[in-house]
Each structure stands twice: as C-alpha cells, then as structure tokens.
Ligand binder design. Sequence first.
Ligand code: ADP
Ligand code: MG
Ligand code: MG
Length: 867
Amino acid sequence: KKRVYNFTEGSKEQKDLLGGKGANLAEMTGIGLPVPKGFTITTEACLEYLDSKKLLPELVKEIEEHIARLENETGKKFADEENPLLVSVRSGSKFSMPGMMDTILNLGLNHQSVEIFARKTENPVFAYDCYRRLIQMFGDVVKGVDKNIFEEALTLYKAAQGYSSDIEMKAEDWKEIVQQFTTIYLKEVGENFPQDPSEQLYAAVEAVFTSWNNPRAVTYRRIHEISDKLGTAVNIQEMVFGNTGGNSGTGVAFTRNPATGEAGVFGEFLLNAQGEDVVAGIRTPRPIQELKQDQPAIYMQFEKICHQLEAHYQDMQDIEFTIEEGKLFILQTRNGKRTAKAAFKIATQMAEDGVISKEESMKRLTPSMITQLLHPVFDEQMLAESKSVAKGLPASPGAASGRVYFHAQDAQKAHAAGQKVILLRTETSPEDIEGMVVSEAIVTSRGGMTSHAAVVARGMGVCCVVGCEQLTINEKLKQAYDGTHTINEGDLLSVDGTTGKIYRGEIKLDKTQDLELLVKVLRWASQIGNMQVRANAETVEDIRAALEFGASGIGLARTEHMFFGKERILEMRKMFLSEDQVQRKQSLETLKAFQKKDFAEILSLTEGMPCTIRLLDPPLHEFMPKTKEEYEQVADACGQTVDFIMQRGKDLEEFNPMLGHRGCRLAITYPEIYEMQVEAIMEAALELVKTGKQVKPEIMIPLVAEEKELTYLKKALEDKIQLVFEKHQMKIAYKIGAMLEIPRACLTADQLATSAQFFSFGTNDLTQLTYGFSRDDSVKFLPDYIDKGILEDDPFQHLDQKGVGSLMQTAIALVKPQHKDISFGVCGEVGGDPDSVSFLQKIGLDYVSCSPYRVPAVLLTVAQMSI
Ligand code: ADP
Ligand code: MG
Ligand code: MG
C-alpha cells in the first residue's frame, strides 16, 4: 500500500486520499506552475496512525525515501553543513477547514544550521527570524505551548528596545529572541528544543495527524457536517522565503471579489514577510494592486496564473503565493469561499461566459444562499458584538430593528407616525393583521412554526420569531419580561428571523443584495426544473412577488385572510352571530362585494395561469369576538342586545375548534357562504374574460373527509355557478377540487376522485391529524422529542415521509391509474421546504405550492433535482 505521494504523482481528483491542499499542489505541479517541491502523506496513513497511535515502520520508510528524493531534487540536505534543507509540514483534509489545523514552517533549522543559513544567505536577520518562528510554531503545534507566551516575550522585547514593528528588529535582536524562545521552550516543555531535523519532522507529522482531533477542528466539523472519519493528509514541502528582504513577500488573493463576485484579482500582500503574517494582523497588508507598482513583472505573472487556475478549476480560486528574491511561487489554491451574493454573481457570470453550463451554475447555489440574498441580514460585526436576550423559533427569515408595541392598533399608530415597529404578542390572531402588515418584525411568545403569526409573516416575507417562551408578555401592562429585564412599549428591539434570536437595542442592517441576479437565476431554474412551483398567496403584493420569482400559478389563495380587516370581520361576525336569515343574507351580500373585488384582482394578476382558490376554512372561533367591546360592536351592528349576541357566541363555542365546525363542515350547515364565494369568483372571472383576459379558476374545498360531503357541496356550487353563467349568458372552464388533509380523505381518495377534478395535500393539517400533534401546542413538547432523539425534526417543517408521506402515496396510487388528468399538489408548509421537495417530486406530485418568499429556494431545489 502506498502511503506517500510525490507532488508529481497526484491530481485534483484525489482529495479523499491527499486532502484538498495536497491534491491541488499535485495538480498545480502537473500543469507546470511554480510550486515548491514536496510530497503528501495520505489521509489513510493518518487514520492508521490515529488507530495504532504510532508511526508504522512502513510509513517511516516511505517518508525517508521521499525525503531522500527531495534532498536529491533540491540539492539540499537535512542538517547539512553547506546547504540545509528546510521544509514546511502542512495539514490538509478533504474539506478545507481554514485555520482549524496546524502547519509548521522552517522545519530543519537548529542551533548550527541557523548559523550556516545566516552566512549562506548573507541575511542573519532573516535566518534568526525563521528559527524563532520554528521554535514558536513547533512549541505550539507539537508540544501545546501557548503561542502567546512567545508573542508576549517578543512584544516586551520590542517595547524595551523602542521598536514599533518587527521590521526594525536586527540580527542581534532576533538572536536574542531565539535565546529567549529556547528558554521558554525548555521551561514549558521540560526538555530542549530538538536539534535533529528528522526528530523534528516525525514529531511534526504526528502532531498534524493528531490535530485532526483537536477540539476546534472537531467543533468545526460538527458545525459544517463534515465526517470525523476522513483524516488529514500531511504535506511536506521545500520552504521558499518571503521574508528575505524587500525583494520578497507573501500574499493571498482571490481570482474574483469574494464579497461581491466582481471579476478581477482581489487580495492582499506584504513585502518581507512569511506565511501567516498576512492573515495574522500584526502588520497591515497592502492591496494586491499595489504589487503592480512594486514588482510589475511578478504581478503580471501572478495575474496570468490566476486566470489559468480559474479556467482550469472552472471556479473562483483562493490562492496563496510567496515571492522569494523576485521569484514567484504558488503554495495553495482552492475554490474560494464567498458570500451568497458573490456566489450568484460568479455562477451566472461563468454560465453566461460559457465557462460552465447553466445546469452547473445551479449546482453551485444553495437554498440558504437564496434566503440570505432575499432577506436583510444584520451587519456582521454589530451582530457579533450584541448579546441576545431571548431565542424562539425562526419562523420567517430576515432581520429588523424597531420599537416594541404590544397591540396591533398601537403598532399602526406608531407606524403612521413614521416609526419602525416590532409587534410583540403572546400570539396573533386575524384581527392583528393590519398591525402585522406595518411591522418590521413580529415576535410571539407562544405558537409553533405553523401558528397564525408564522404563516402570515412568511406569506408577507416579514421577519418573525414565534414560540419565544423565555419572554413573559403582559399585553395589558404593555410590558414583556425576558427573565432579567423588562421590555417596555417603545423600547428598541432587534429581531433575527433566521436564527430566532432577539436583541436589545438597534442593530444596523447589511443591505447590499441584488434581486436582478436572483430573478435571472430563477428563470433558468424554472426552465430546468421538471415539477411546477406555485405560490400560496392572495394579496396583491404577495402574488406580484411570487410571479416575479417565477411561480407558475397560485396553489393556494386563502379566502379567510380576506376577512381579517376590521370592516370585513364585523360582517363575518354579524353573519355568524345573528340568528336572522335576512340579516345573514345581507351580510353575505356585503361580503360578496368585497370578495368579488379580491377575486378580480387575484385572477387578473394570475392571468393565463392556474389559480386555486380555497373556500372558507378556519374554525369558527377565529371569527368570534374576543372582548366585551367587540361583542358590543356586533350587537350594535345587528341591532340586537349584547346579551343576545354573547349568548349566541356561547352557543357556538367549541371544546376543540380545530376538530370542530370548520372548513366544508361549516358549509354543510351554511351552504350560502360557499355559494356566495363561488358566485363572487365566477362573476369576477366572467367580467375579466369579457375584457379579453384568460382565467383558470380552480375552486378548492377544504377539510373533506367523506365522498358525500364533496358530492353534496359540489352539486350546490355547480348549481350556483350555472345560475351565474345563465345570468351572464356566458360560460368559462373551471375546476372543483378537494384538499386532502384528513387521513380518511387520503385513504378514500379513489371515491373522492369521482367528484374532484384536482387534489391538493394540505400537509399542515394532514400532519396534525396523522400524528395527533396539535399544530399550535406541539412547540411545547417537540423540542424534547428532538433533544431525546425520538424525532429527527419537526414534522410540520420537514415532511414526515414514513407516515404522512405514505398516506400521500396511498392517495396518489388510488387515483392516478384511473384518472391521469387529476393533478396532485401540495400547499402545506413542507411544500416550501427544500428537504421535503425531493421526496414530493419522487412520489409524483404535479406541483408544490409555498409562500412567495420560499418559491425561489424551491425552484432552485427542483432544478437541482432535475439535472
Ligand atoms: P493553512 O491551511 O492554515 O492555510 P498552510 O499549510 O497553507 O496553512 O500554511 C500556512 C502559511 O504558510 C500559508 O501562508 C502558506 O502559504 C505558508 N507556507 C506553507 N508552506 C510553505 C512553504 N513551503 N514555503 C513558504 N511558505 C509556506
Ligand atoms: Mg493555506
Ligand atoms: Mg387545513
């Protein structure tokens, strides 16, 4: 088994075996770039070592052979009296873990060779500087001596001499520092700094192997989900020196700007410096463009290499280089890390330049980059300096600061007065909608990811944190308590909807995003994707946003959201609470006028596209008055006594509203509500058709469990529609379908299919009813399930494939063979979850529908799955 590869032997495909750094050093050697010579010990050898806890003799033998070869090729020798060989020992695993593991430079120096080196290079300043660095790095990496002990000694020395920078240090100074470092080493380690280069080498190799398991590397892997079983390779490479004087230097550069994606070499360098100096922050590096003036020939050569490497790797590169006495060496290249914005810019630019295909450009983007691009984020530095006071569920991404208000009306007033407001509530209800619309962010102390606040906020693309149970909110007193402090009305608060964290005070936003690019990528994505993505939307702004992002229709327009305004909810209440048929009819007429206007708007915005409108769904109690005042209002409006109306309210009260009188059940009792709605839809549609527009209304009936419910309602609705057609002497095509959100409906979908023309899975309710987990209460116990490993994640966010998924598959299997023309969609939250979407595509859904602001990530995911 081969455990060591010369740089001339490997290639960039061997990242598993040689690590990213080693594979790329080999690749660059192969394409003839000026890379200092060296070899790579494999990750397999590392794993062997971590297993056996010692260097195997076979490995030692191979390393010896490669050292001999390196000595031959460079004409230098370890511990040579004439020409000592110095090397670096560099860690490097499959995935780059910047700064997580260790590297030692200048290995091979000792008390004697440093003198030879000083004489030979005629540069004692440089030689002693190299040696002190070796003692310091070796002490740190191999023996675990705190780097700062060395740094402090150096700082003290410089201060005593009145030096302000390392540049002022003379040979004698460095010699003195070498002396001090040797003493520190002896004191901290309890033995002398090893003088034998081979001993140094093997100790360094072992230390790099071991560093695979150092705590910061382990943590980094946890965070980035990198396997612990990969191991690190070790690269041993002839040293080149950037610190021999003003004609030398070192630097790091990206082939494009990693923050913005702009083309052009972007980086920093330092003259007379070694390795880490550029990133260490001891001296301030200079922009790479200045190298053009200092060393024009080198700069041109470097720029050429940047282009060459980018073309070779077909991606933006992050390159380390060193200049030794006017000669350029490349020490590392890798695909550069970049911001979401840069990722978009680079991927699209490269696709348009024909360097990569559009499909390839899709693969380089991730849903989380889209989230970052779409939503404002806090200024990174200010965020790092802020301490969060509470954490809830990240219900809707984004970031916002504003003044706290506890009531929707107060929020509206403050907003009207020009303030930025944060709505803080125990939970929200339909009446809060106007306050929610004007808020920068919404925070609730109760409720889960599918609570009212969460769903509405996501729909509007407003930042939202829910279930923030640490906060005790007293709406009456207009106060909240975070466990240590009180938050009062008008206080400044900052909310991060991406992490769920809440901060006191204001945090500035980093607003630099570019939607044009996103839209371009989404156009490509919808061409490549082979499943449709629609949006759950009913307001003008939401529908506009969804279509702009590339949604191919509306999969769920919720009509109840249209009753949430003050005026409309009063009519709703009148309708339910007045016993009187005449009054109900009258209220319905008023509501119809509202609805017709809404539908005309929706249908005209979605001209030519399918538009699924769901008839009234929510439980009765959501429409009921909550306060005495509200009861009085209704009583007033109905011309009834308050007592009568309150009694009506009592009569309608339910023990378990979510399982009670809601959805199509309400329409079984009061068919006139759905009849009014279809009348409004059809009248709006006909009027649009008369003006030459094309509309495709799909009327969806919620909460169906039994075939006869559907046949009964469908008949009633068709009769009504027939009347509308007769009145207008005109007909249009439309569909009537059902939501599949009750397990029974899935299990009897073949029977429903005799009446339904389409189906849409409502995965929120379907999950609630399949698990028996209340959507609104599960936030109280689901975290424990996840902590204890009983559930992997929240089934309301990521589809439960085994349970809910299998019900969906059952329904599809019962229907599709006989009714090819019946389409299946999903309109629950999981339709917007990239992780669930691939499953949904596999089981044969025709489309998924999600909040407008999730359409982009889903379009991208679908495109990626279709490649
Ligand atoms: P990291 O993975 O932390 O970047 P590296 O192994 O790349 O660690 O090395 C740290 C620094 O030392 C880099 O700036 C690198 O360019 C420099 N370096 C590594 N090997 C050599 C060498 N043989 N000659 C000169 N500089 C080197
Ligand atoms: Mg590096
Ligand atoms: Mg539902």
